[in-house]
Design a protein around this ligand. Structure first.
Ligand SMILES: [Zn+2]
Length: 260
């Protein structure tokens, strides 16, 4: 077994007394997870709230997944839902976006009130940890969500097209729940990209311009406002959900770019 440890070490711990803890952590991780392939590297991290994580990278050799021939999908960020596909499937927004928004605002408010007090104040330390834990929980849930949803997409399709990220548009979102969802979206997109590469299927990110305005049936272009939730083409009469129409356009653009 090849195991070359790459350690990510927090600075505030006496590492000489921790050596045995690492060994226990690695041994536990190796025995408790169903490892596939040959372990290549091991990373040990400690979060701001003092939790320890061991992550082990394994070489699983060539991927022998058979792509679903002909199954291509376009994915659009939904206005109401998290994402909508060109097949008309919706990935709903997670309830934790809203729930954690409230928890974070509350913890942050309490932390702000004591932030400038003495570092030896036990309340200050307690509230700092609570805020850190909420951030950590959001990050964990978001990772799980992004990994699970992207895995489903990659398993089901052999070509995936998404929008290029509009970072400026994302930064304008003041609402916390929306910003949690936005970060989840960029993570989802990132997971899709590397999982698609790993599985050897096609992946394209296309410019999002006009994808919501153009009719996916006839190409007629007409402006929409944010409140127009339905695409109803005046030229050909095609009617569908606004995000579904955009997802079909994203797929068409992605396939065109793939062919270029
Ligand atoms: Zn049309």
């Amino acid at each position: 077994m090849i195991l070359s440890p790459i350690l990510s070490l927090p600075m505030d711990v006496d590492w000489t007394t921790r050596a045995c803890d690492w060994a226990v952590l690695v041994a536990f991780a190796l025995s408790s997870t169903g490892l596939e392939g040959i372990p290549k590297s091991c990373t040990i991290t400690r979060t701001a709230t003092g939790k320890w994580f061991v992550s082990i990278s394994c070489d699983i050799g060539e991927n022998d997944k058979k792509p679903n021939a002909g199954s291509a999908v376009g994915i659009d960020v939904g206005l109401n839902s998290f994402a909508v596909t060109s097949d008309g499937e919706k990935i709903e927004n997670q309830r934790f976006f809203r729930k954690e928004e409230k928890a974070l605002a509350k913890a942050q408010r309490k932390w702000d009130a004591v932030k400038k007090s003495s570092k030896t104040d036990p309340t200050r330390e307690k509230r700092r940890k609570v805020t850190g834990r909420v951030h950590e929980r959001i990050s964990n849930k978001r990772h799980n969500f992004a990994h699970q949803e992207s895995r489903k997409m990659v398993n089901r399709h052999d070509f995936i097209a998404v929008e290029k990220l509009d970072v400026q548009k994302m930064q304008k979102n003041r609402r916390l729940a929306k910003s949690i969802a936005d970060v989840a979206w960029s993570l989802f997109r990132h997971c899709l990209k590397y999982k698609a590469e790993e599985a050897g299927i096609g992946f394209k990110a296309v410019k999002p311009e006009y994808t919501s305005q153009d009719c996916s049936a006839c190409g007629h272009r007409e402006k929409k406002t944010l409140s127009d939730r339905v695409h109803h083409c005046k030229a050909c009469g095609y009617k569908t959900d606004r995000d579904h129409n955009a997802a079909i356009n994203i797929l068409t653009l992605g396939l065109q770019r793939q062919a270029d």
